[in-house]
Design a protein around this ligand. Structure first.
Ligand code: SAM
Length: 311
């Protein structure tokens, strides 16, 4: 049984009204979506996922809810998806970033270092390059940056060197090849080095350009909210949490456009009020029930009235 992370908290912060319009940017197995749909009477739910397999699963999960529609798209294209559904503004947006347990548990998707499979890692298998193709052409310095920034990996250089040595021999095609390269880079570690998980995470984030899309998704989400509408974001590592925090923080400040002479041309008032000065973390009980929740962080914001002052 799939357990959505921080489900109770997410639903509380989203403040679902039975007649409201809501977006779940990351449908996954449809767990959060179903909890939203259950609360709607005349309202609507639009659920998105960039993974076609997740879309199929979420459609099955939500089949009994006439108010729900699941769309195969990237949440970086949220405005476009809403326009196609004939919706301009919404009352709440939920975004539960990252990878689903379904994706991790399917060896043929290539996300798991614990199961051998092709080194794919694309969330949308109709777009972009596979992890094997990415690693076939990435430079050493770029790979070091990716391992440091997206995986907080200390021995990034040693691991990047080992990956590049292997791929230059044409031996970087499966998840086992990548896991073996990490083990080769850290021969003094017995068993599977703990960096293996974060190397897979970092390569996955790069292959799917996840942080850029997250930034775009949160910006568009804030932009499409009605006054009083809520944004709720759940992240699973510091890079994702930083993006959600920064986009919400920037949107919570008035924005001043300056003339070339330095005078204020226009002030756009703050778009949102941040409701969670500190991120909400799962309780010990939830972490025990759902180990995936361990690193989860939730942030929420409420859209303010929109007024534009000309100065
Ligand atoms: C953590 S899971 C969501 C789980 C979901 N909340 C549930 O209750 O089942 C994250 C999902 O977001 C999707 N995803 C990640 N980045 C995305 C993006 N930029 N646009 C749309 N979907 C995305 C993934 O394919 C994955 O299915």
């Amino acid at each position: 049984m799939h357990i959505p992370v921080l489900a109770e908290e997410a639903l509380t912060w989203l403040n679902v009204r039975e007649d409201g319009v809501y977006v779940d940017c990351t449908a996954g197995a449809g767990g959060h979506s179903a909890l939203i749909a259950e609360r709607l009477t005349t309202g609507r739910l639009i659920a998105l996922d960039r993974d076609a397999a997740a879309v199929e699963t979420a459609r099955r999960r939500l089949a009994g809810f006439d108010c729900a529609r699941v769309i195969h798209t990237n949440h970086g294209r949220l405005r476009e998806a809403l326009a196609e559904a004939g919706i301009e503004r919404v009352d709440g947006v939920l975004l539960d970033a990252g990878l689903s347990s379904m994706q991790l548990d399917t060896p043929s998707r290539g996300f798991s270092f614990q199961q051998d499979g092709p080194l794919d890692m694309r969330m949308d298998t109709e777009e972009g390059v596979t992890a094997a193709e990415y690693l076939a052409s990435v430079s050493g310095s770029e790979l070091i940056r990716v391992l440091k920034e997206y995986g907080d990996i200390g021995p990034a250089r040693r691991i990047a060197d080992a990956v590049i040595r292997r791929r230059d021999k044409g031996a970087m095609n499966t998840t086992r090849d990548l896991a073996d390269a990490v083990a080769e880079a850290l021969p003094f570690v017995t068993g599977v080095p703990e960096e293996t998980r974060t190397v897979f995470q970092a390569v996955r984030i790069a292959v799917n350009d996840e942080l850029r899309w997250l930034d775009e998704g949160v910006r568009q989400a804030v932009g499409v909210l009605n006054a009083g509408g809520r944004f709720v974001g759940i992240s699973f590592h510091s890079g994702e949490d930083r993006i959600i925090k920064n986009v919400l923080r920037a949107a919570s400040r008035p924005f001043r456009e300056l003339r070339p002479d330095g005078r204020v041309q226009r002030t756009t008032p703050a778009l949102v009020k941040v409701l969670t000065p500190k991120p909400v973390e799962p309780t010990d009980g939830e972490m025990r029930r759902n180990p995936r929740a361990r690193s989860a962080r939730l942030r929420a914001a409420e859209r303010l009235g929109v007024v534009t002052e000309e100065e």
